[in-house]
Every structure is written in C-alpha cells, then in structure tokens.
Ligand binder design. Sequence first.
Ligand code: IMP
Length: 184
Amino acid sequence: MHEYLPDHVTVQNERFDVFITRERIEDRLAELGARIDADYAGKRPIFIGVLNGAFIFLADLMRHVSIPCEVDFYKLSSYGDEKVSSGKVTERKDLDAAIEGRHVIIVEDIVDTGLSMSYILNLIKHKDPASVRIATLLHKPGAMRFDVALDYVGFEIPTKFVLGYGLDYAQEGRNLAQIYVLSE
Ligand code: IMP
C-alpha cells in the first residue's frame, strides 16, 4: 500500500504536524474491531456513520469486524468552515434503514463538545432500536459540554484542532491517511 504520509502539511495557510500515525490508528482499529466482534457475537449490528467526517474511520473499522454487520449513513453539519464549533447542528440527510429493534453502533470521527452526538443519539433512540452504542475515533474530554457515554473510543486527545483521516479544515485534508494537529 502506498498512502500519502507526509510529516507535516499546510492547509489554508496553516501548518499541521503529524500527531497520530497510520500505524497507531491501524493497531487501535484492530483492538476496537475485536471488541465489537466479542460484544456483538451472535448479533447483526448496523453501523451508522455520521457524514462527512466518519467515512474513513467507518470503512477501516468495519474491515476489522468479522461478524455479520450492515451500514447506513446520517449526515450532519455543525462546524461550518471554522476551527471552533458553531454550537448549531443542521441535519442534511436522515437514515434510509429502519432501525427499530436493531443493534445500532453510531460511528463518529470526533466528539468535541458532544453536541452533535447528543443530537444524533436522541434522534436514534426515538426510532426504538434494541440497543445503541457509540464509536468515535477521537474524543476531546476537555471540550465536552454535553453528557454522552462513549463506548468505543480510538484516542483521547487534548483540546486542539486536528485534521486528516476523514477530518477536515474548511473541507480540506480529509484524504490524509493519518491525523495531524495544528502547529502552535
Ligand atoms: P461537537 O458537536 O462539538 O462534538 O463536534 C463534533 C463535530 O465537529 C465533529 O463531527 C467534527 O466534524 C467537528 N470537529 C470537532 N473537532 C474537530 C477538529 O479538531 N477537527 C476537525 N473537525 C472537528
């Protein structure tokens, strides 16, 4: 595999340095996949990816899961093109799948204030799933303002702006194969 793995990148005239390498991400996904396999043995969970940011994490995480599973997507936007949360959530695309009675795993790229996740969780719970758990690649505990229990967390990170591996800055940088942090 030949992925684009620079040590640092410039996006929108700002420098970002590598923070979580491709190798560390891959090792962590293997651990999370094994936990999901064990936790859902004999079940058929449905992963609900939150677009756009979760698409790469979801695709890679699913390939570490060996039990039968399904996927659907929900689209939200809360950040605009800024580095701080706008404090508003906009729904852009609802689910296609019927999730009543299903075991749902919501998949996010990052939980920052928790606003988006508490909004989605509320919406999913109203559709009467059999169970709901949350998987997030990244979590910023220092920024959390909404109380949501996170079941599968890739990495806890400081309250700093990151990009790559699905996460963007003004829609750029999602293609980077590892995670980068804004240089100080
Ligand atoms: P929350 O609603 O404040 O938890 O923010 C969640 C959403 O904000 C995520 O799904 C991301 O799209 C975006 N976000 C939060 N922190 C970052 C970051 O450091 N880089 C890029 N996007 C971020």
